[in-house]
Write a protein that binds this ligand. Structure first.
Ligand SMILES: [Mg+2]
Length: 386
């Protein structure tokens, strides 16, 4: 089987509500690049890049991408580099992509996902099979509140828990008093059994501020404290002064970042994305190194559509250390009858069948490749550009 073409579709899914975090307070979610990979055997692979201009690493280490840069990179650089390759030869595909273009991991990740989808369909096995098999059939959902007014946060958390969510993720980092009050109010409202995690998205002004806020939040029992401020060195200084485990996200893009976090004793866990390291193949490598160093992870992302989310779920199933509750959406097309709030960020999706949600987990789709069917009518309906 040979890759014959790569096509990029830019879409904008309708959001259930605005979803903001400290480093992204204006742009809407769901404006993503979808990659369609064609082969000479008529098998199609699908991938997604939820690229964001304001998303990068600390101190200029990584750069924002956009759906438009992904379209340009895939169409004009990656497509000529890998046309004619077998998508199953994923290591070679990555070497060719890296030779053609430095960086731009979100563009490469979309192509990588499409390769796993096509290769799995050709072999009749799932993407998680190709990654080594499933350690679990579902990923524990952490319902993410986004930065909103406190009363809206409390109300939404109550609804998400009533629908089965067992973990609430709070976006924080802009207002220390608000962030402490939010955790206190959630704990009072939800009781002792719901897990609460916080994510400052590098928003706090200093190590001292991050430490002070987190210590006050810890009175109400935190599962973990994610990336309160920028940089691995700063994380290590916070980690030494708080009780709850630190998770690295913006400071954990690559294998080398994992090695740095370990060297600095900066994080007990990291947020493993399909996209930050440049695809499922690279994420697997990153997680293997982290496992050897004794770290665990969740499966993070940027509120993907059902396409990218399917890749996230297959990755989460295949990584032994992906044991933490994750912001993996419960992807569902309009009218599916699934949860209304828990794990739901869009009012529609690009896939024909909803993902299962049971016992607080979003279930990994079965079937070859990503295990999804893409609804081409929805791609047309939500198309914004090339
Ligand atoms: Mg994060």
């Amino acid at each position: 089987m040979k890759i014959t073409d790569l096509t990029v579709h830019l879409v904008r899914l309708p959001a259930r509500r605005e979803h903001n975090w400290a480093s992204k307070m204006t742009t809407p979610i769901g404006h993503h690049a979808i990659v369609e990979l064609s082969t000479d055997e008529g098998i199609t692979g699908w991938g997604e890049a939820p690229a964001g201009a304001t998303w990068g690493g600390a101190h200029g280490k990584y750069y924002g991408e956009t759906p438009e840069t992904v379209a340009h990179l895939v169409t004009d650089h990656l497509r000529p580099a890998i046309t004619g390759m077998d998508p199953l030869e994923i290591g070679v595909v990555h070497a060719l992509m890296d030779k053609a273009v430095k960086g731009n991991p979100y563009a490469k990740a979309a192509v990588d996902i499409a390769c796993y989808d096509a290769a799995g369909k050709a072999l009749g096995v799932s993407a998680s099979d190709l990654l080594g098999g499933r350690h679990r059939g579902g990923i524990e959902v952490a319902h993410s509140l986004g930065i909103m007014e406190l009363d809206r946060c409390i109300e939404e958390a109550r609804e998400a828990v009533a629908e089965g969510a067992r973990t609430i993720k709070c976006k924080t980092g802009l207002d220390p008093e608000r962030d402490v009050a939010l955790v206190r109010m959630l704990r009072e409202e939800l009781g002792p059994d719901v897990r609460i995690r916080v994510d400052g998205n590098e928003g706090y002004a200093s190590v001292a501020e991050a430490v002070a806020v987190t210590r006050r939040q810890e009175e109400f029992d935190l599962l973990l404290c994610e990336q309160p401020l920028a940089g691995a060195v700063a994380l290590s200084r916070v980690a030494k002064r708080i009780t709850s485990p630190v998770m690295a996200d913006e400071s954990a893009w690559t294998v080398h970042d994992i090695l740095e976090l370990d060297r600095l004793d900066a994080a007990a866990s990291f947020s493993c994305y399909v996209t930050k390291p440049g695809g499922l193949y690279r994420a697997r490598q990153q997680a293997e190194v982290a496992e050897q160093l004794g770290m665990i992870c969740d499966i993070g992302g940027s509120i993907e559509t059902g396409i990218g989310n399917a890749a996230n779920l297959h990755l989460g199933a295949a990584l032994r250390i992906a044991t933490l509750p994750s912001v993996c959406p419960v992807s569902q097309p309009a009218g599916s009858g699934g949860p209304a709030i828990a794990g739901v960020y869009y009012t529609d999706d690009l896939i024909t069948e909803p993902f299962g949600f049971a016992d607080g987990q979003v279930l990994v789709p079965d079937g070859p490749g990503l295990g999804i069917t893409v609804d081409r009518d929805k791609i047309e309906q939500y198309r914004t550009g090339r």
